[in-house]
Design a protein. Structure first.
Length: 277
């Protein structure tokens, strides 16, 4: 199979349940790079939230962050492409969701913005211990999120929402889905993620491939979450994890092992190199 670019979701895909990179997955990525295949983290996280154990792999240069809102050249520390919410639209959304029992944080210039009422009560929003650790590392604390966005007037990569209950999540999602100028998706069961139009993983893979002169048919994407649907559909080869939903698996060309069973490595070895893990 002639693959030149592999886009990899992180949480639930490349990383195991403890948010760690297995040795088998690391080895598979290194073999791809040695064979001239680009490895591109493609995540709902900001670039700053991509673990150093991934970014420090020699040869990983490009990253797609915040669901496709930003395409980074990590080597040159440059932004190649953006699809972001205006600060005015972000303000409108934040003031709207503030009426619901939900934790919200906008991502601005690669960092999540939070405030004490959320940051000091993460467990109230059903965040796992691993996710709480990630939030603490990737958020900047300010007295008021809304005041910060209003005063800085900077574009917003994504707004992330965490819910204490699924009923509230369903109610708010139904309201957000009425807005035609945003994309609403999810990466885990108790969150929602709001992006600008065009900020999807699938569209970002196409834009990066076009920038690099790579045929879209030569791209592969591997993921597990709802926010991976577009890249599974739009990549030349779409691979779903066994821990993904049945709906995502049905969209994929191939289903690999779970994220705790080196599923990324298994897919790469079988589909790209024609051998078993």
């Amino acid at each position: 199979m002639d693959i030149k670019l592999i886009a990899l979701d992180l949480d639930g895909t490349l990383l195991d349940s403890k948010k760690q990179l297995s040795e088998a997955n690391r080895k598979a990525l290194t073999e791809c790079i040695q064979n001239g295949i680009l490895i591109v983290p493609c995540t709902g996280r900001t670039a700053d939230g991509i673990p150093s154990e991934i970014k420090d792999i020699d040869g990983i240069r490009y990253a797609i962050a915040t669901n496709g809102a930003v395409i980074h050249d990590l080597k040159e520390k440059a932004v190649l492409d953006t699809r972001m919410l205006t600060w005015e639209k972000a303000m409108e959304l934040l003031e709207f969701v503030d009426n619901y029992p939900v934790m919200y944080d906008p991502y601005i210039e690669g960092r999540g913005i939070t405030e004490p009422k959320f940051f000091e009560n993460l467990s109230d929003y059903c965040l796992t211990d691993a996710l709480q650790d990630l939030v603490k590392k990737t958020r900047d604390l300010h007295p008021s999120i809304i005041d910060y966005v209003r005063n800085t007037r900077k574009p917003v990569e994504k707004i992330n929402l965490f819910f204490p209950d699924m009923e509230g999540r369903a109610r708010l999602r139904a309201e957000l889905n009425k807005q035609a100028d945003i994309l609403v998706t999810s990466s885990i069961s108790n969150n929602l993620e709001i992006n600008a139009l065009g900020a999807s993983k699938g569209e970002a893979i196409h834009r990066l491939a076009d920038l690099l002169g790579i045929d879209r048919a030569q791209t592969m994407a591997i993921g597990d979450g709802e926010n991976d649907f577009t890249m599974i559909r739009m990549a030349g080869v779409g691979v779903a994890m066994k821990n993904a939903s049945k709906e995502l698996q049905a969209e994929a060309n191939y289903v690999t092992e779970t994220n705790d069973d080196d599923g990324v490595a298994a897919a790469i070895y079988r589909l790209v190199f024609g051998k078993q893990l």
